[in-house]
Design a protein around this ligand. Structure first.
Ligand code: CTP
Length: 404
């Protein structure tokens, strides 16, 4: 069970079970989720926002506008940020508003802006829960794809006994992680990823290499595996490690070895992403013994290495998706389009080697995806792990539905 890396928006409404939402916040954070909490005005009567701020390590959102610092809380941004929203506890009042599209506070507007899955954990007195109007509203929420985590039976805050108690935080957590576990759009697919630099030997102790860290390629391998794919990660020399059992790592050193590994596996793959910074040249001759220092100037004759992306571009069958990178310092779009065509790619990921926070050896990247259809998508600068998700999502769009 894990919610590692997931962004969860927890909506707390005004019911006594709001105290249980504090424990839910703690469990979500413990499972690796980033949690933001939005409270209705009534919820603040039950639990202080400070409790949720402390547990989630994020400011609690209650109003659209914070007059103290002039900050505007955008429900639209929350809707895009969150992978899922959980409304717990969900009162009869909030359920009714959600079912009817009423957007009169930050929680209900955020619900309407949500792109990810919405979970609802009702909590109310037994008669309210059994009321035909409430049942209708719950059915209406289900019918548009929300997941209802039904209330449980037991002693209620009113002293009555019956169905209406909010499900335990552990039950809610399980429902959410089950959902994410089953959300594996690349299950049964195989994705090949190249990563890192290549080293081209000059002699037994020297090589031509580059500063690539392999972070982008490893993030892509992780993102593909998280989406359920079997991943073949062909990695040049790098210190990075992988733990995901769906990733089969093949370590190589030179461009030729990388090509050999890729050609061996490409046929069995649905998609391949060429994230490695492959050396374009290698010494024409590799000295068998260490080259000794002489007094004359030294020249090393170089020859071209094989182009792995181009080779796979020629092998590509209909239905296979091939993605390349273009690391440029000038004329980015024009150069990227040329690579896209020359290498027979489905799309190219353009990044700028000179831009701070993008390219080699950093944790973030700023990319533009250029598709062979001509469409261009510019993404904001973000963590390489999130960039990897964007690239995997674009691959998913290209994989034919019958194979998805
Ligand atoms: N690539 C490859 N094999 C090579 C060189 C590059 O597979 N021998 C792949 C890279 O992994 C990347 C894409 O081709 O996905 C473009 O790499 P890049 O170095 O930007 O382009 P080059 O074709 O080498 O052109 P140049 O260096 O002149 O910009």
């Amino acid at each position: 069970m894990s919610l590692k890396g997931k962004n969860i928006l927890l909506g707390v409404t005004g019911g006594i079970a709001a105290y249980k939402a504090a424990n839910l916040t703690r469990l979500l954070v413990k499972e690796g989720a980033s949690v933001k909490v939005v409270m209705t005005p009534a919820a603040k009567q039950f639990v202080a926002p400070l409790t949720f701020a402390t547990l989630s390590q994020n400011p609690v959102l209650t109003e659209f506008f914070n007059p103290e610092n002039g900050e505007w809380h955008s429900h639209v941004k929350l809707g895009v940020w969150a992978d899922a929203m959980i409304v717990a506890p969900a009162t009869a009042n909030t359920i009714a508003k959600m079912a009817n599209g009423i957007a009169d506070n930050l929680l209900t507007t955020s619900y309407l802006s949500m792109r990810g899955k919405v979970f609802v954990a009702p909590a109310m007195d037994l008669d309210m829960y059994a009321h035909p109007t409430t049942r209708q509203n719950i059915e209406a929420l289900k019918s548009v794809g929300n997941i209802i985590i039904e209330a449980e039976s037991g002693e209620l805050a009113s002293g009555l006994n019956g169905k209406g108690r909010m499900a335990e935080p552990e039950t809610i957590l399980k429902a959410m992680s089950d959902y994410f576990e089953s959300d594996k759009p690349l299950q049964g697919r195989t994705v090949l990823v190249t990563a890192g630099p290549t080293y081209e030997k000059i002699d037994p102790v020297r090589f031509i290499g580059n500063y690539s860290s392999g972070k982008m390629g490893f993030a892509l391998a992780e993102a593909a595996a998280e989406a359920g794919a079997n991943v073949i990660l062909v990695a040049g020399p790098t210190k990075l490690t992988t733990l995901n059992p769906l990733i089969k790592r093949v370590d190589v050193e030179s461009a030729q070895q990388m090509l050999d590994a890729c050609s061996q596996h490409f046929n069995d793959c649905n998609a391949a992403v060429m994230a490695a910074a492959v050396a374009d040249y290698r010494p024409a001759v590799q000295a068998e013994q260490k080259i000794k220092k002489g007094s004359a100037p030294m020249t090393i004759a170089l020859e071209s290495t094989p182009d792995i992306a181009s080779t796979l571009g020629k092998m590509k069958r209909p239905g296979q998706v091939l993605v390349g990178f273009a690391l440029e310092t000038e004329n980015g779009v024009a150069n990227a389009i040329e690579k896209l065509k020359k290498k027979n790619l489905d799309f190219v990921v353009l990044n700028n080697a000179t831009e701070a926070g993008a390219g080699f050896n950093c944790d973030t990247n700023h990319i533009t995806i250029i598709k062979n259809s001509g469409e261009q998508i510019d993404y904001p600068m973000k963590d390489k792990k999130l960039v990897a998700n964007d690239i995997i999502n674009q691959i998913l769009l290209l994989l034919t539905p019958e194979k998805q």
